[in-house]
Design a protein around this ligand. Sequence first.
Ligand SMILES: Cc1cc2nc3c(=O)[nH]c(=O)nc-3n(C[C@H](O)[C@H](O)[C@H](O)COP(=O)(O)OP(=O)(O)OC[C@H]3O[C@@H](n4cnc5c(N)ncnc54)[C@H](O)[C@@H]3O)c2cc1C
Length: 415
Amino acid sequence: MRVCVLGAGVVGLTTAYFLVRDGHEVTLLEGRGGAALEASFANGGQLSYSYVAPLADPAVLPKLPAWLLARDSALRFVPRLDVDQWRWCVAFLRACRATRSRQTAMELLALGASSRASMHELVQRESIDFDYVHNGKLVVYRDAREFDHARRKMDSLVAAGSAQRALDAAACVALEPALERARPLLAGGIHTPAEEAGDCHRFGVALARVLEERYRVAIQYETPVRGIRIEGRRAVAAITPHGDVEADAFVVALGMGSVPLVASLGIRLPIYPLTGYSLTIPGAPGRTPRVSVTDLHRKIVYAPLGDRLRIAGMVEIAGTKVSQRDGRLALLSQQAQEIFPEAGDYAAAATWCGHRPATPDSKPLLGATHHDNVWLNTGHGALGFTLACGSARAVADTLAGRTPSVDMAAYALNR
Ligand SMILES: Cc1cc2nc3c(=O)[nH]c(=O)nc-3n(C[C@H](O)[C@H](O)[C@H](O)COP(=O)(O)OP(=O)(O)OC[C@H]3O[C@@H](n4cnc5c(N)ncnc54)[C@H](O)[C@@H]3O)c2cc1C
C-alpha cells in the first residue's frame, strides 16, 4: 500500500519507520527544511516509559490558584479570546477526576511499555546515535505530604508492572551525588531504574537518514500540506504547493499542525499548545547529573545528553504567541541553579521554546477518523518522545489489520 505520512517530527518519523518495515511504500511530507525542528527539537529528552503521570490529576486542583497567580510558578495561564482555550481547560478539569486520571495512567503505562519494546527493537536494528542512555529516572519531592501521596500512587503502578522504589533524601543523594547541594530541600524521591534518555532532535535526524538511505522512504522537506483532497469517504491526495501527493492511506502526525489540517476535513481535535522552555548547557565533568531527574515542585526535568545537560520545564496555557520568552528562560535557569548550581556552564546555555501538542487528558489521539483512509497519530503532549514508538507501532498494526498490543479505543478521537 502507498502510505503518505504527514509531519517529520518524532511521531511522523517513527510512524514512517514502522510502516516501511511492514512493506508499505512510504512518503513523508514536512513543511520545514529538516526533521524534528518543531516540538521534537530540544525537549526534555526523557524516555519516561514507566513514569507517565498525566498532567490532569486530582492533586493538581488545590494547587491551581497558587500556580496561576505566583510569578515564579511552573504553570501559567494567559487567558485569550479563544474558545478552543476555554474548551480545552474545561475538558482538562473534567479529566482531573480521580477515577479517570487513574485509568489514564494505566493506559499510558501500557502505551509506554509498548513504546519501550519498540524503541529497543529500533535501536538494535538500526545504527543511530542520539546520546541514548539507560540511566534511570529520579523524581524528587520537596513536600513530605506530596512525597507520601506519590508513594501511595507508586504502589498501584508497581502492582501494574512498573518497577519503581521510594528513596529518602539521603538515598536520593547517594544515587545521584550531583544532588548534594539540594539535599536540605528534598523530602524524598521515586526512582525508576529502567527509564532512559536521549536527544530527540538527533534521534529524528538519524532516523530520517535511515528511512531515506536504508528503506528508500521519500522525504519531501519544505512541503507544507495545505489540505487533503477527498473523494466520497476516501482521501486521494495531500495538497501541497509542489502538487498533489497521491496515496492509498494518510497518517496525520503534524503535532500542532494537525489541528488546522484536519479542521478542513470537518474534524475538531481537542489539542491545545502547552508552551515550555529548555536550556542545554555544557556539563561540568563529575558534577552533571547522570541520572535523569525531575524536580516535581518546579516541574523541571533534567537529562544528561552526552557531555551536555538538558533542562526543560514550565507549562503555559497561552496559545502559540510567546510574550515573555527571555523572562521565562531566565527563571528556568535560576530555578535549575537552585538544585544543580554546579552542573555546568549556565551562561553558555542554548535556549529553546516549544509547544507540546496536548490533549486535555494527556493521551494521544491514535487511529481512525470518519474518512476511511485518514488516520491520526498526534496529540502526544508532554510525552511525545516517550510514546512515539509505541504509538507508531499501534498505528502500523492497525493499518496492517493486526491487533495492536494496546487497546485502541482508549486513544480514539471519540473516546
Ligand atoms: C519543553 C518541552 C519538554 C518536553 N520534554 C519531553 C520529554 O522529556 N519526554 C518526552 O517524551 N516528551 C517531551 N516533550 C514532548 C515532545 O517533545 C512532543 O510531544 C513531541 O515532540 C511531539 O512530536 P510530534 O511529532 O507530534 O510533533 P512535532 O515535533 O511538532 O512534529 C510535527 C511536524 O509537522 C510539521 N508540520 C506541521 N504542520 C504541517 C503542515 N501543514 N505541512 C507539513 N508539515 C507540517 C512540523 O514542521 C513538524 O516537523 C516536551 C515538549 C516540550 C515543549
